[in-house]
Design a protein around this ligand. Sequence first.
Ligand SMILES: Nc1ncnc2c1ncn2[C@@H]1O[C@H](COP(=O)(O)OP(=O)(O)OP(=O)(O)O)[C@@H](O)[C@H]1O
Ligand SMILES: [Mg+2]
Length: 264
Amino acid sequence: MPYAADRLSPKTRIVPAAAAALQVVARAKSRILSMSVNDPQPIVAARGLGKSVRLSEADGAATLAILQDIDLAVMPGEAVAILGASGSGKSTLLGLLAGLDTPTAGSVRLDGEELFALDEDARAGLRKRLVGFVFQSFQLLAPLNALENVMLPLELAGDPDAGRKAREMLERVGLGARLRHYPKTLSGGEQQRVALARAFVMRPKLLLADEPTGNLDAATGADVIDLIFRLNREEGTTLVLVTHDEALARRCARQVRLAGGRIQ
Ligand SMILES: Nc1ncnc2c1ncn2[C@@H]1O[C@H](COP(=O)(O)OP(=O)(O)OP(=O)(O)O)[C@@H](O)[C@H]1O
Ligand SMILES: [Mg+2]
């Protein structure tokens, strides 16, 4: 039976269709290739990240979802503020991004590495290489004075110039006159600045800071904010800052809000 007019030449229809399909594939391929060359990958990316804890019998033995379905990608050099009410999961998120805590769902890629596929030692190595962390509770070492606290990470990394670099960084946060003070003889704001100096002195690619200006008066807070953003500008340090400080949040290009453990 003869072909109908529109089906007379099946080949001439199939070939262009196949060619068009090949072109689509080629375009997709070149887009993927150019993406990997031109678009930097996120320095840190969370996908479907979740953290639940099992409460004790006294609390009804229920499961508490602290964080749920967090998708967040931060590009190198970006500054992101994380905002949210007390208890919304901000510190928990920061701890997971640094691999200091383990999630119950999802994943975190740090500089392209699947963080929770690594063992504890490899995670610590990656963190040491990339991340500066400023805790909400400072976590200064009580038996070490301010200078020694800031020197510690440099010395652990075998830096022969630890003393000079630590002193200079403490001077930059306004603590040049408090080098030999132990944490318990420093005010809350001063301890916070020592903690910042300790994170800054390693020139991290990624700075994760939990309320870095929370204990500072307005003037010192403004100085610390300037210092953080100078690091971002001059060294390309990526910033993820948990804050209630609207002035600090406004200086970040992006604000992420958490409520009840989810991104709003
Ligand atoms: N190990 C844990 N076991 C049980 N509950 C926890 C645990 N860790 C955190 N939580 C709870 O999870 C919630 C989120 O805590 P998180 O410290 O992340 O809050 P946050 O947003 O940083 O708050 P804040 O602004 O007060 O610092 C809080 O309600 C807290 O009580
Ligand atoms: Mg917190």
